[in-house]
Design a protein around this ligand. Structure first.
Ligand SMILES: Nc1ncnc2c1ncn2[C@@H]1O[C@H](COP(=O)(O)OP(=O)(O)OP(=O)(O)O)[C@@H](O)[C@H]1O
Ligand SMILES: [Mg+2]
Length: 394
């Protein structure tokens, strides 16, 4: 019995983002909206079911592309295919136009000419040209939504695509034009940070906005639906469901799984709630134990480097492992793990530690050498559980 399939709509959130994108809010997202939230918390569901319809209701043209939808295809091809698909409905209009002016090939905007019925853009077309043409034909503001955008940072082609998108945005917003908005989402704030933090990043200067997690309204919605299926003598209490939802990191799927498990077991109402809480605690502890044993398996230097990375991300700074400041702080961390450490903290030894962390899948490396934790949950565990209160002291 799964109630996970029914979507809880987040209309207000979609409306708020639409008005921010329109420039009506306090925040200016004309350079790009970067939304980050942990895995499985409902980003894609929201983009497709709430944000896109809200954009369309506003008279905008929303184009969605998920960079993880097909891992065989590179980000560039996926984005170009999404734009080509958005152009397809305009094929017949362009053909009519071509007939009227009596030319065999349609030439619009500079020297651009191609057959819009194709699922792909011609090789020589730039994203700027394609998005410019889409804007020209649709006469609508284009909202290009790139889901799992950090994926583009892993290869040179992907990174080039991000620069191409930036160029397209600049081209479509110059000279009083206001024709495009870019929305990027990712499951890691730190990974998305590689798009905006360094002055060589494609969207340097933009900031990462935390994507609001599902909250108490969603818990109410879920509780009501489950109670409709449970015996009257065995109903769920809102506070128990809210507690469990918190512990599963606001993940709808995981909550549904826990409720399904406990509701299959017989018991009184009070026991059902208690059982749900116990299961949620067990779930959380299981994850924490995995982090703990992974962390314990690292050498003192690897731990010290990892902590430096987490500290810098926490301070919203680009991780610069070989700077003098970082090397000093890594050394300080190292001594706190191993007071008699004999390893010298130097660029080569830190490089080696980074490589080891990467081969253990603890950290992720972008094409340009930026690093981030592979699992954002581990960063939260390090900050809030394992070393809770340590950072604030300095
Ligand atoms: N608003 C919602 N109402 C009901 N279920 C939801 C909602 N949002 C997400 N879910 C469920 O949670 C699960 C994860 O959702 P989704 O794939 O949208 O998350 P995500 O953050 O994009 O995950 P990923 O990190 O894997 O890309 C799905 O099973 C989805 O059905
Ligand atoms: Mg997703």
């Amino acid at each position: 019995m799964s109630l996970n399939q029914v979507i809880y709509h987040r209309t207000k959130l979609a409306q708020a983002l639409v008005s921010d994108l329109a420039g009506e809010g306090l925040l200016d997202y004309r350079s790009g909206l970067f939304l980050a939230a942990p895995r499985r918390t409902g980003k894609s569901t929201f983009l497709r079911n709430d944000l896109m319809p809200a954009c369309e209701a506003q008279g905008w043209l929303a184009v969605y592309v998920d960079l993880w939808s097909n891992k065989q295809l590179n980000p560039q091809d996926l984005i170009r295919a999404a734009v080509a698909k958005a152009l397809q409905p305009f094929d017949s209009r362009v053909r009519q136009l071509a007939k009227k002016v009596g030319i065999g090939k349609v030439t619009l905007l500079d020297s651009l000419s191609w057959d819009l019925s194709q699922p792909n853009l011609p090789d020589d077309a730039t994203l700027s040209q394609a998005l410019g043409l889409l804007s020209h034909l649709s006469k609508k503001l284009i909202v290009l939504i790139v889901d799992e955008a950090q994926h583009a940072l892993e290869t040179p082609e992907g990174l080039n695509t991000m620069f191409a998108l930036k160029a397209a945005r600049d081209a479509l917003t110059q000279g009083g034009q206001d024709a495009i908005r870019l929305v990027f989402t990712g499951s890691s704030r730190d990974k998305l940070g590689s798009l905006v933090l360094k002055n060589k990043s494609p969207f340097y200067g933009a900031s990462i906005t935390p994507f609001p997690l599902l909250g108490i309204d969603f818990v109410k919605f879920v509780t009501k639906r489950w109670n409709g299926r449970l015996a009257e003598s065995n109903q769920l209490l809102l506070e128990d469901v809210a507690y469990a939802f918190e512990l599963v990191g606001h993940r709808p799927e995981m909550l549904a799984k826990l409720i399904a498990q406990v509701s299959l077991e017989l018991g009184e109402a009070e026991q059902l709630g208690r059982l749900l809480r116990t299961r949620a605690i067990t779930h959380q502890q299981g994850i924490w134990e995995e982090y703990e044993s992974l962390f314990n398996s690292l050498t003192p230097l690897q731990k010290a480097v990892l902590l430096n990375l987490v500290q810098q991300a926490y301070n919203n700074e680009a991780f610069n492992p070989f700077s003098e400041l970082s090397l000093a702080s890594i050394e300080q961390n190292l001594l706190s793990f191993d007071a008699k450490a004999s390893v010298t903290v130097s660029a080569p030894s830190v490089q080696k530690a980074l490589e080891a962390l990467r081969s253990k899948d603890v950290i992720w490396r972008a094409n340009r050498g930026e690093y981030a934790l592979e699992d954002q949950g581990m960063s939260e565990w390090l900050l809030n559980v394992r070393f809770s209160g340590v950072w604030e002291q300095g």
